[in-house]
Design a protein around this ligand. Structure first.
Ligand SMILES: [Zn+2]
Length: 222
């Protein structure tokens, strides 16, 4: 199996292995952290990416979207027992998740450069950062992880939601890869490498679609 010319941007392994074309796009997988990345030559342009996002009705007035994020907000809140300063990283156009969290007493703000929502001051740093269906879209992973680490309190929490490639799931038939704006994919074992890059550790995960990285500034229940 040929090697990809670029080192893995998650764990820095020098030789990700080319997977060939998967659902029409060339991809490589790191033999160490198992991250799969679409060859950057097949990434959409920023304009193509935003055109695709704008097809989604990710607005406050969409009750289905509010309900979807309401469930996620509730899941996030289940891990904390006191108000936190929370950053919704890659929030989308209307900061819906941050608004829902504010309604439940969290000091939540949104950041999304694609929608001209600038990074709020990280002074003091955030107690928690949420990446909800964002990781798979990240382009410059090193810069984004640096920004996350700099914005997060030393003992802060990262709540991650991205579909994980589970054992037995074939990439060729995995629906999550059938989206041109999804550029990178994690396996459950990748989480430990992501946590390591952020000087955190994996606290909880369902090995399927969410993970909680800590240590926490906010105390974990149970
Ligand atoms: Zn790797």
């Amino acid at each position: 199996m040929p090697c990809s010319p670029s080192p893995c941007d998650l764990c820095r392994h020098p030789s990700p292995m080319a997977l060939g074309r998967v659902q029409g796009r060339p991809m490589s997988q790191c033999p160490a952290c198992r991250q799969i990345v679409v060859n950057p030559s097949h990434w959409p342009t920023r304009v193509q990416e935003k055109t695709r996002y704008d097809l989604h009705d990710n607005r406050w007035d969409n009750p289905g979207y509010r309900e979807y994020l309401g469930n996620i907000a509730g899941h996030f809140r289940s891990f904390i027992n006191q108000p936190c300063r929370v950053l919704d990283f890659g929030s989308g156009p209307e900061s819906v998740l941050a608004r829902l969290l504010r309604q439940s007493g969290q000091d939540a703000v949104a950041y999304d450069p694609l929608y001209n929502l600038p990074l709020p001051p990280a002074t003091p740093p955030f107690d928690a950062i949420i990446l909800c269906e964002v990781f798979e879209h990240l382009r410059d992973l090193n810069s984004e992880l640096l920004l996350i680490r700099q914005s997060l309190a030393p003992n802060g929490l990262l709540y991650l939601r991205t579909e994980l490639l589970t054992p037995g799931q074939l990439p060729a038939t995995w629906w999550y890869m059938n989206d041109p704006t999804h550029l990178r994919f994690l396996c459950p074992e990748s989480l430990i490498f992501l946590a390591r890059r952020l000087n955190l550790e994996v606290r909880q995960t369902d090995h399927r679609k969410w993970a909680l990285l800590g240590p926490l500034q906010c105390e974990i229940k149970n």
